[in-house]
Design a protein around this ligand. Structure first.
Ligand SMILES: NC(=O)c1ccc[n+]([C@@H]2O[C@H](COP(=O)([O-])OP(=O)(O)OC[C@H]3O[C@@H](n4cnc5c(N)ncnc54)[C@H](O)[C@@H]3O)[C@@H](O)[C@H]2O)c1
Length: 248
């Protein structure tokens, strides 16, 4: 069987203390990468233990990705500690749902800053190293909400649609230097982010999903692993939708 190897690669994953980000870290270390685990929250010891068990190195870094200075520092520290950055996964994200009539300015600003400005800031800091190395991969976690829209999520959907436009533009800018930029657009995935939905809403959502269930964090992490790996070496500017068929 052909296995995916990231042997010798250095990966930075934001929002990686739990949920989809944590699952991405676990896939990456199993494939042989060393990881920078960046999050606003503390990085749990059991995640660091998982990395160790695979014989890989983890560098936990506390960052607020909505702050450009923090993003610059994240990439600078990665370069100082590991000497390079091969893979950047912009995964950190938040929701502040409300119908537009009731959506206050701070809910708009917070979601756009964490979900979209962070992608600009981390990518800008990372690409100068990737372009110099003539190699690198950026994977941005969007959402089907950015493709289909979702009532109550004008801010979130705008940020996630923005991530797609950003990724395609950057993919065009850096392709000549062998740097690839892609998006993964998850549908409804079981995580803390979707735990808050009430049971009736969850049932209504499942009824819209041809595969008949919420996705698991590993469903997204495996898609990210593929895009990060040499198996996707001819893939750039793509949006890989992983949603159980919901948006087709
Ligand atoms: N769960 C889903 O159904 C779903 C669907 C589509 C897209 N997504 C996207 O996937 C990504 C991960 O979502 P999840 O479901 O794992 O959510 P989650 O809430 O479980 O995890 C998000 C992580 O981001 C971190 N984070 C939040 N703000 C941050 C900041 N300012 N700086 C640094 N870290 C910060 C949190 O501490 C947390 O660890 C998000 O971008 C989300 O929008 C999730």
């Amino acid at each position: 069987m052909k296995t995916i190897s990231l042997e010798g690669q250095i990966a930075v994953v934001t929002g990686a203390s739990r949920g989809i980000g944590r699952a991405i870290v676990e896939e990456f270390v199993q494939a042989g990468a060393d990881v920078v685990i960046a999050d606003l929250a503390d990085i749990p010891q059991d995640l660091l233990d998982v990395v160790k068990q695979h014989g890989r190195r983890a560098l936990p870094i506390k960052v607020d990705v909505s702050k450009v200075e923090d993003c610059n520092q994240l990439i600078d520290t990665t370069i100082a500690e590991f000497g390079k950055i091969d893979i950047l996964v912009n995964n950190a994200g938040i929701t502040r749902d409300a119908l537009l009539m009731r959506m206050e300015e701070d809910a708009w600003d917070a979601v756009l800053a964490v979900n979209l400005k962070s992608v600009y800031a981390c990518s800008r800091a990372a690409i100068k190293h990737m372009m110099k190395a003539r190699s690198g991969v950026i994977i941005n976690i969007s959402s089907v909400a950015g493709i289909m829209g979702n009532a109550g999520q004008c801010n979130y959907a705008a940020s996630k649609a923005g991530v797609i436009g950003f990724s395609k533009s950057l993919a065009r800018e850096v392709a000549g230097r062998n740097v690839r930029v892609n998006c993964v657009a998850p549908g409804f995935i079981r995580s803390k982010m979707t735990d808050v939905l009430d049971e009736k809403v969850k049932q209504a959502v499942v009824a819209q999903i041809p595969l008949g269930r919420f996705g698991e964090v590993t469903d997204i992490a495996q898609a990210v692993l593929y895009l990060a790996s040499p198996m996707a070496q001819y893939v750039t500017g793509a949006v890989l939708v992983v949603d159980g068929g919901m948006s087709m």
